[in-house]
Design a protein around this ligand. Structure first.
Ligand SMILES: Cc1cc2nc3c(=O)[nH]c(=O)nc-3n(C[C@H](O)[C@H](O)[C@H](O)COP(=O)(O)OP(=O)(O)OC[C@H]3O[C@@H](n4cnc5c(N)ncnc54)[C@H](O)[C@@H]3O)c2cc1C
Length: 394
């Protein structure tokens, strides 16, 4: 008999929402491991705003009670459409104390197939067993550092996910490679923290996003028309947003169309509310870095137009490449038996992998269930789908 019915790895939005929903199912013993909201606390910069709108920034809860309004009832009618990260972290930690107060903060070192489920080894050396194992491990290990920068020391080059503040860059020259949301928002924050910044992007132009809750859109379209074209999940362009909000329907489409929609919904883009904050930040588009080196304790880049840049620091806003092989806690024999496509697990209803009882939530699930699984607004679908599968299989 395993020690637990279910073990969840992860206490970010997906792990917390899944735990809250599964604990509402009578008789299930659910154990949760992780550091609550740690990706938001350690790997995103202070001063950041959520790109998702208010409705889409709510972590799903089984009765719908754990809302942003319930978290801060006194200010419920003053909540901004895009939350500051500090407020979202406080909300996430409040959600955790309400729904999953007994999180085990030990790290899971490895998970491997067991006699009736999984054997889980903790960093304390202890091991436990569970009938099912749910991975909600987030994006952290997938941070993409292009190989051409591998030889630069961390004092000279870092990934955006390495920073929780840009204060130390005050007075420094920083070049950012990448002009998606992360690169553009980092540029605004660095500029506001007193750094001299330039953004270099390979794209020829920046896609600025309106989004479901934007004021321009709100004024331009009536609420009914807007709600017709945009789902509350706030992912994807008009019309397509409604389809992406329904992963079970999306999955019925031919693979080539699913791939195109996934690419479209996750393309490099910036929130329109960044435009004013970037007025005084040079953005060089349509350029790539040809060579990189160091000179006098600085980093030197040569671009494909022959121009050069020398800076105190290079910030890689080069995004994330999802590949579950980078989840080092998956023991080799378990990893080998997971059916995968380009690094993504191929998932069935209930977000269950080809290994019965092993589920993946969040970013790794986007190949099978579409881009909402990358965002907080996907926590509702993921948790309900998980509950349906687990309730049916008991
Ligand atoms: C810069 C940036 C901005 C973003 N902005 C938005 C936004 O505005 N709106 C939006 O919807 N989404 C946004 N996202 C996407 C965001 O990452 C996801 O919405 C959300 O955080 C994913 O939650 P998660 O639960 O999957 O993972 P995470 O929040 O990353 O949580 C991972 C959890 O796994 C735990 N863990 C990992 N390994 C182990 C282990 N070995 N043992 C035990 N525990 C472990 C960690 O402790 C942590 O608790 C943004 C992402 C980035 C990078």
């Amino acid at each position: 008999m395993p020690d637990h019915d279910l073990v969840i790895l992860g206490a970010g939005p997906f792990g917390l929402a899944a735990a809250a929903h599964l604990r509402a199912v009578k008789g299930l013993d659910v154990c949760v491991f992780g550091d609550p909201m740690i990706s938001w606390i350690r790997h995103m910069p202070a001063g950041m705003f959520l790109r998702s709108n208010l409705v889409a920034s709510e972590i799903a809860s089984p009765t719908g009670a754990l809302t942003l309004q319930a978290f801060d009832p006194e200010n419920a009618d003053k909540l901004p459409n895009h939350l500051p990260i500090k407020q979202f972290i406080q909300y996430g930690l409040w959600y955790q104390t309400q729904a999953v107060p007994d999180i085990d903060r030990r790290k899971i070192q490895s998970v491997e197939p067991g006699t009736s489920g999984f054997r889980i080894v903790l960093d304390s050396g202890e091991s436990i067993t569970s009938r099912r194992f749910i991975v909600a491990g987030g994006l952290g290990p997938f941070a993409f550092r292009p190989p051409e920068y591998a030889n630069l020391p961390p004092e000279l080059a870092t990934h955006t996910s390495d920073h929780s503040t840009f204060k130390p860059f005050s007075g420094k020259q920083v070049v950012i490679v990448g002009c998606g949301q992360s690169g553009l928002e980092s540029a605004a924050l660095l500029h506001e923290n007193g750094a001299q910044v330039e953004v270099i992007g390979r794209e020829n132009h920046i896609h600025w996003l309106f989004g479901w809750g934007s004021r321009t859109l709100h004024q331009g379209l009536g609420k009914t028309v807007r709600n017709f074209f945009y789902a509350p999940t706030d992912v994807g362009p008009a019309g397509i947003s409604q389809l992406l909000a329904r992963p079970d329907l999306l999955r019925q489409l031919p693979r080539s169309i699913q791939d195109r929609l996934l690419k479209r919904a996750t393309r490099t883009a910036g929130a329109r509310w960044l435009v004013d904050r970037l007025t005084n930040v040079p953005i060089t588009l349509g350029r790539t870095v040809s060579t990189v080196g160091t000179v006098g304790g600085k980093v030197r880049l040569r671009l494909n137009d022959g121009s050069e840049r020398t800076a105190d620091h290079l910030l890689l806003a080069t995004g994330y490449h999802i590949d579950i092989a980078k989840y080092t806690f998956l023991a080799p024999q378990l990893l080998a038996s997971i059916k995968r496509q380009n690094g993504f697990p191929v998932l069935q209803p209930g977000l269950e992998s080809s290994v019965p009882g092993l589920h993946f939530l969040g970013a790794p699930a986007i190949w099978s269930f579409g881009p909402i699984l990358l965002f907080i607004s996907g926590t509702g679908y993921a948790s309900r789908s998980l509950v349906r599968r687990i309730s049916a299989g008991r």
